[in-house]
Design a protein around this ligand. Sequence first.
Ligand SMILES: [Zn+2]
Length: 250
Amino acid sequence: MSQTHSSQSSKLLFHVPIILIVAGLLATLFTAWTEPLIPIGQSVINPEQFAYTVIPTSENQNSTILSPDVGIVAGHYGNDSGAVCPDGLREVDVNLNNASLVQKMLAEKGIKSEILQEFDPKLSGYRASLLISIHADSCAFINEEASGYKVSAALSNPQPDKSARLIACIRSHYASTTGLRLHNSVTNDMTNYHAFNEIHPETVAAIIEVGFLNLDRVILTQKPEVIAAGITNGILCYLNNEDIVTTPTP
Ligand SMILES: [Zn+2]
């Protein structure tokens, strides 16, 4: 009995180093395996996901941004030319250029965005932190007042507070960045904009007419980076929960 026991003990003692070696090898392998995936001192969480986590302002305690994605509709893109000037300048080209510049500027801030066509199939149930549709106004000479920008949210928006913030952010930053004034005529085409009824109800959306192709042609065609910066600054104001005085959406 004692001999058997002694023999088992010595077997066990013989096995201990093997167990230790195997354990050591496994630990080394595990470390070697995980090291490239989780560099020491770094988080496994992709920092991009949290780059736009905002500290809510006192007025917006419940406002947190879950997704930093922005959808940018390039007005008329993939469908028609939009307004056309006598010399052939097409609204759709102006819109697509603006949309591309906004996308580039957002990317520089680490914000993912995508350009959508006017009637993009993706718009159905579209989910993002916000959707902006970029258009430009008529190239016809209407009168001396036909200058400036317009911005609107949906008429029956299920999230009026968020919409009001987005509109206020865009108005404030677009005006100060571009120097263009607010043209006080939001049309039914804007408030009843088709995409507003297609996207997911939680996606906050706005449509901007960046200026008139006739009287604002110089800035629209020669300073597109200023136009795009105005839109981008408005978007950043909204995403960063910047303090802004909001007025009820029209
Ligand atoms: Zn248009």
